[in-house]
Design a protein around this ligand. Structure first.
Ligand code: ATP
Length: 788
């Protein structure tokens, strides 16, 4: 330790590191990660303002020319250029959008350009701040991808900001789910591309299967500017985006479906108490064997027979129409049980899917296999520069730093927030909570105050709406079914006397103006206190609570918020199972204020578990990503640099020479590329499947008190060894056996198969692994065998 007054004898660099670490430790000890200092930005505000008068005199063409001048240097912007950029952006926005960016927005712009996450409250105008930063990057020759939350917002923001971009001399495009390949290419060719996170991810995945470089769609990643950064980078980080390939239609087993349809429950088959398993009784076995012309099921030569019977029985006895699935438009669609909604593009494992289709007499759908996947986190980490904006970043500052090396800049609001956030109202049971909440809505409604109720899920929304209707209080319900329609509805939530019920995420990114979107009734709504937000239970993270609250009190508007909580709500019951009692009033309200801290505690426990889950998934994915990186690098060399051809020239020189003579250099290059890529892709698909199975199966070893991650690595590393060599030798074998037909090397006949179609989806839930990982997380916390 240094004696006081003793000079610190370290070089500048070293001392900065030391102090940085000290500051970091202090932050950690304090439990409050610091945010980026805003002083360098606020210091420029005066200079930005001083430039305004001069810029006002310029013609539009001169503004465009002045912006182009900024392109003569590299990033980062030095102070003068940064001030000029902000001033130009302000003048341009004022001209074409009739919005003069506030100082707070410009601070946000500068923070984004420095590669930070700008925390700006809801309604502070993040769309415009993000656009000015995107233009700033683009003017310096960078390619910017703006990652939006959904297609609707991607298109809306790109169109909304287009006049601004045009005046600043940069080009913007957008991509939606329906965009064609050509439209996608055009959007990527622009300086700035808006798309949802999933569309960017799906394009990356599809490119991984390209067999000709002319088919590639996505340019090299450069800058990611992420809207709703915490939700993308933290809440959705673990979500895998999947590219699946349809190989061929599964065989329909209509005969077996018919056979089991005739079996009698409880006589021919039994279902376990938990409804997860069904099996034939002796009588059932006899019946099936008789129907199959006396075959002995258990010693049948046809080993596929018993599994066929079991699949058909499973589909018949365990999966119920309209409970587990619906049949729509000649297709079996799964119902996501927790959400009660149709889960588009989710399916059961192939055999079971086909068995249910046979049971329902619909055509068998195509079987598919996962060709590759990418998590949202890995997608974002492809970009060398990342930045983003959100209303709630500080609560996850540690995670943003740990997983993305991002710092948070907390931008103060343009106008002080005057929203009244009331303390939680606690009740013993959910029924009492709901009664009290409805009473409150009715009472507030009589004053004409608009109310927005935030629920946890669709079922809750619908039930509340029904009860409100019974109390003669019609309301508008949003439940995340269609982004564009929802935006239109939520925009009106500030209308006088309007009651809106919405799941937390519905209509996000849409401005709620007091008095309706045209603000016709604004004064009346201001008089009754502005928008009143009521949470139907606290969310699993305080950020989600804050996002809901933030719907009210935008830009200094009056507003209020309160949460209704029952101690039997899942969040509390699962995370703070208290044994102490409480006093309740006659309507079930809990008066003991210390219960409020129990609710906060429960939420912190839930947040901690999510973080642990994130860390665990990340550790698994890291190894997989390293292996995938090796394959992709190799793949690129095959695709763009004829690596396959060069290797085959070495591995099968005789065939190679023959082919060159017979069909020419170019055709050999084509065939070599297709054959080599086929074996690389095939190998990777198989290896990924192996890794997925390994990860799922490892829990058995985990129970044997070993560290599951070590176990995973122990098997995953050797399994990848020799991957490239194997793919190479298989390619050589296929190349040597290939034949020439009609002047071309017949790669199809040689065995090169590409999926007849591909489709993309997001995996919403992984119940098994989630359960497993949270178990790992809990044991890690206890210092158990999961500890590193
Ligand atoms: N400088 C400005 N002057 C006037 N109005 C502005 C300005 N900047 C933004 N606005 C308006 O403020 C509203 C909110 O903007 P925006 O939707 O970008 O907010 P946000 O911060 O993204 O909110 P959310 O968190 O809901 O996404 C919009 O109607 C926009 O037109």
């Amino acid at each position: 330790m240094l004696a006081s007054g003793e000079p610190l004898r370290v070089g500048r660099r070293y001392s900065a590191v030391v102090f940085g670490r000290m500051a970091e430790s202090v932050r950690r000890i304090m439990g409050k990660p610091g945010s980026v200092a805003l002083q360098p930005y606020t210091k420029l505000l005066k200079s930005i303002e001083e430039r305004e008068e001069r810029l006002r005199e310029l013609s539009d063409a001169e503004i465009t020319a002045a912006a182009a001048e900024l392109g003569n240097a590299e990033l980062p912007y030095e102070r003068d250029d940064l001030a000029e950029l902000c001033a130009l952006g302000r003048e341009a926005a004022h001209r074409v959008l009739d919005e003069r960016p506030f100082d707070a927005q410009l601070i946000g712009v500068m923070a984004l350009l420095d590669g930070h996450v700008a925390e700006m409250a809801t309604g502070e105008g993040k769309t415009l701040a993000g656009a000015l930063a995107a233009a700033g990057f683009a003017l310096r020759g960078q390619r910017v991808h703006v990652l939006s939350v959904n297609d609707y917002l991607a298109q809306r923001d790109a169109e909304w900001m287009r006049p601004l971009y045009t005046l600043l001399g940069v080009e913007a495009g957008w991509i939606g789910q329906e965009s064609t390949t050509e439209q996608r290419r055009a959007a990527y060719a622009a300086d700035i591309t808006y798309a949802s996170v999933s569309e960017f991810g799906f394009d990356v995945l599809r490119d991984r299967l390209a067999t000709d470089k002319a088919d590639l769609v996505v340019p090299k990643p450069n800058i990611a500017l992420i809207d709703e950064a915490d939700s993308v980078l933290v809440d959705e980080a673990r979500v895998p985006l999947v590219l699946a390939g349809a190989a061929e239609a599964a065989e329909s087993d209509a005969a077996m479906a018919e056979l089991v349809r005739g079996l009698r429950p409880k006589i021919d088959y039994l279902v376990d108490d938990d409804g997860r398993n069904a099996h034939l009784t002796d009588a059932g076995i006899d019946a099936v064997e008789k129907a199959l012309d006396g075959v002995d099921l258990y010693s049948a030569d046809d080993t596929a027979l018993l599994p066929r019977v079991n699949l058909a029985l499973h589909a018949h006895a365990l999966l119920q129409r309209d409970v587990h699935y619906v049949v729509r438009d000649g297709q079996v669609r799964l119902i996501n049980e927790s959400r009660g909604r149709i889960a588009l593009l989710q399916r059961w494992p192939d055999g079971l899917q086909a068995a249910v289709e046979a049971k329902e007499h619909v055509a068998a759908s195509e079987t598919g296999e996962v060709l590759d996947s990418i998590t949202v986190q890995a997608l974002v980490l492809r970009y060398p520069t990342r930045c983003g904006m959100t209303g709630t970043a500080m609560a996850v500052a540690e995670q943003l730093r740990e997983f993305y090396e991002l710092e948070v800049a907390v931008v103060p609001p343009n106008k002080p927030n005057v929203r009244q956030d009331e303390p939680d109202r606690l009740y013993a049971t959910p029924e009492e909570k709901e009664d009290a909440l409805l009473e409150e809505v009715v009472s507030v409604h009589t004053e004409g105050r608009p109310v927005l109720i935030g629920t946890q899920d669709v079922a809750e929304s619908e039930r509340l709406a029904e009860r409100l209707a019974k109390s003669n209080l019609p309301c508008v319900v949003l439940n995340a079914k269609n982004d564009a329609d929802e935006a239109a509805v939520i925009a009106e939530a500030g209308t006088y006397a309007r009651v809106t019920v919405s799941t937390q995420m519905a209509g996000r990114g849409t401005d709620i103006r007091l008095g309706g979107s045209d603000m016709a009734d604004r004064d009346r709504v201001v008089e009754v206190g502005g928008l009143y937000v009521i949470g139907y239970g606290r969310y699993p993270s305080s950020r989600l609570d804050d996002q809901l609250r933030g719907r009210a009190g935008r830009q200094g508007d009056p507003g209020g918020s309160v949460f209704y909580v029952s101690v039997e709500d899942d969040l509390i019951a699962n995370n703070a199972p208290e044994t102490r009692g409480y006093d309740v009033t006659s309507d079930g309200a809990i008066t003991d204020p210390s219960w409020r801290s129990t609710v906060d505690h429960a939420q912190r426990v839930a947040e901690g578990q999510l973080l642990e889950l994130h860390r665990n998934t990340w550790r698994y994915n890291q190894l997989i990503d390293v292996q995938r990186g090796v394959v992709l690098e190799h793949r690129e060399a095959v695709l763009t640099d004829d690596l396959g051809k060069r290797q085959l020239a070495v591995d099968c020189p005789a065939t190679y020479e023959e082919f060159i003579d017979e069909v020419g250099e170019e055709e050999v290059a084509r065939a070599a590329r297709l054959i080599t890529l086929y074996h690389l892709d095939r190998g990777w698909t198989d290896h990924s499947e192996f890794l997925a199975d390994l990860r799922e199966g490892i829990h058995l070893r985990f129970l044997g008190r070993r560290n599951p991650l070590d176990e995973f690595n122990r098997d995953a590393v050797p399994a990848f060894k020799g991957f490239l060599d194997n793919a190479r030798s298989r390619a050589a074998q296929m190349f040597a056996d290939a034949k020439v037909a009609n002047g071309r090397i017949d790669v199809d006949a040689a065995g090169v198969k590409r999926p007849s179609a591909t489709w993309t989806y997001m995996v919403q839930e992984q119940p098994f692994s989630t359960e497993f990982e949270s178990m790992v997380g809990k044991l890690k916390n206890l210092g158990g065998p999961g500890r590193e």
